[in-house]
Design a protein around this ligand. Sequence first.
Ligand code: DMJ
Length: 669
Amino acid sequence: MLMRKVPVFVPASPWGLRLPQKFLFLLFLSGLVTLCFGALFLLPNSSRLKRLFLAPRTQQPGLEVVAEVAGHPLVREQESPPNPAPAVPAPGEDDASSQASARRRKGWLRRTHPTGTREMATAARSSGSSALRPQGATAPRPQGATAARSSGSAPLRPQEPSIPFSFDFHAFRSRLRHPVLGTRADESKEPQSLVRAQREKIKEMMQFAWQSYKRYAMGKNELRPLTKDGYEGNMFGGLSGATIIDSLDTLYLMELQEEFQEAKAWVEENFHLNVSGEASLFEVNIRYIGGLLSAFYLTGEEVFRIKAIKLGEKLLPAFNTPTGIPKGVVNFKSSSIRSWGWAMAGSSSVLAEFGSLHLEFLHLTELSGNQVFAEKAMKVRLVSISWQVRNIRKVLRKIDKPFGLYPNFLSPVSGNWMQHHVSVGGLGDSFYEYLIKSWLMSAKTDVEAKDMYYEALEAIETHLLNVSPGGLTYIAEWRGGVLDHKMGHLACFSGGMIALGAEDAKEEKRARYRELAAQITKTCHESYARSDTKLGPEAFWFNSGREAVATQLSESYYILRPEVVESYMYLWRQTHDPIYREWGWEVVTALEKYCRTEAGFSGIQDVYSSIPSHDNKQQTFFLAETLKYLYLLFSEDDMLSLEDWVFNTEAHPLPVNRSDSPGRVGGQL
Ligand code: DMJ
């Protein structure tokens, strides 16, 4: 019989184990522990276990980083690194196609909202989240208003990690000073009034424009009413549905409930971001992001917030230039960027384009939370969305300006002006608009924007403003000191802008600016009144004895632009002079007579012909802006009150920021 030899000097353990066995057991145990610890690293970032044991040392908001902007001194900025390498989702990665990182992003998106889809919204509602309705509204509202709360309504799932950011939609709504759609005092006082009938007529026009688009072009960017089909265009990088997203807030405002629901359903189900074309940074920002942000602020529907943020991420590569001044075109697939070929042979960024991002980008920060956005969207480096636009401001503040004027073309590489053409119309326009609106949107804390606006206006007044022999006030264009005595239709927004900014000007300038706003608006009205159709041309001149008329056919077209009625709306709100409603109604009548076709509204090729031919395009801004401003012109002042809202340059209302959130910009950068 084989007997195992037991060494006498090795006592048995209390568990009956001998030393070699104990050693083996310990070896096994320590191997197990090492394996478990190593496995932690393989867990997704959102895992609670991982965060518990491997707490990341991320930078906290408020930490200062120092960035060098090429050609400029060191830039000190809150929460912001140098202009980074593009840190957006990998090409093609988005809500439809992203894989692992999308799952990671979903983690934080879910944390701040009860829903990303309609089904989830429904679930949130049925789980008891209170329905939001426009405050003080008496009439039925679009169902979009019955939105789930952004935070606090749906309890976070126990396994969901918390994040330092959440947007409190209820708190935001409670900070508004007026019901979103107003109190409709006029409706109860005078239910059959003329103004109400006029408003209803404009609503019918919107309904017709929408129905026509829906019937012939649903999902395409624009309707072609003559050929009864859709058109995608080449500005949106392959994104679709520009008319839908541009229309959301107008439909909501006019209480076109069914139509609003159709538009919202399309966004939920069909608005895909996995596109791969070249997009205009400016157009995508003002139309898509502006439209989505407004739709969110009006309804609280999470789908709009999420899509806006994700689209914002896709635009970030545009800022990857030595100066941080973005280029105008982004390739959604490769993230490569370029300037428009027409902008000084592809060397320049355009003032109106890079100068019209501020409002939307601050709200993207407000709704995403800088740190989370940076961590997830940028993967590694911490970059706040609003830093990008703050940097633009910094560059413009420092650069030498000829006579205090801002030329239209700037090199994003050197940070120098590329020529000296100054215009308050095309190429320059909304840069000035965003200065005064940044001041207003910051609840009058962004002193830098205010100062830049009044300084620029002063220079415009000194060098560009003119009065024609016939007594019409106009803003000319400036080419290195020589004036072109013309105004573009686009420049006609300036009447409204100057009216809007008049109240915060130095006291001795206030009356002057009010008067200037009225005079410019009158001139723009003249450009309409002097045409056969009572619609205004694309550009009008003041020379050779002719005033406020186009001088060639190539400038005689009207493409359903809003700028003139936009100024009527602001002037009406400021003065309540009935002339603005009269002028607005002239436009309604002319649109009906010359632009309405069997299948939608169309621009016309010659405003001086009483039988004009149509251009076969129902522009998205007709629904976003022209009809919205007309509707507001015939509404009470507390509908989208200017105390609570600023309109972006595509007429999408964005709220004045009265919170202490990161999106809020003070005067100092
Ligand atoms: C709109 O897209 C915007 O208003 C933009 O600022 C320039 N103009 C068009 C409409 O005319």
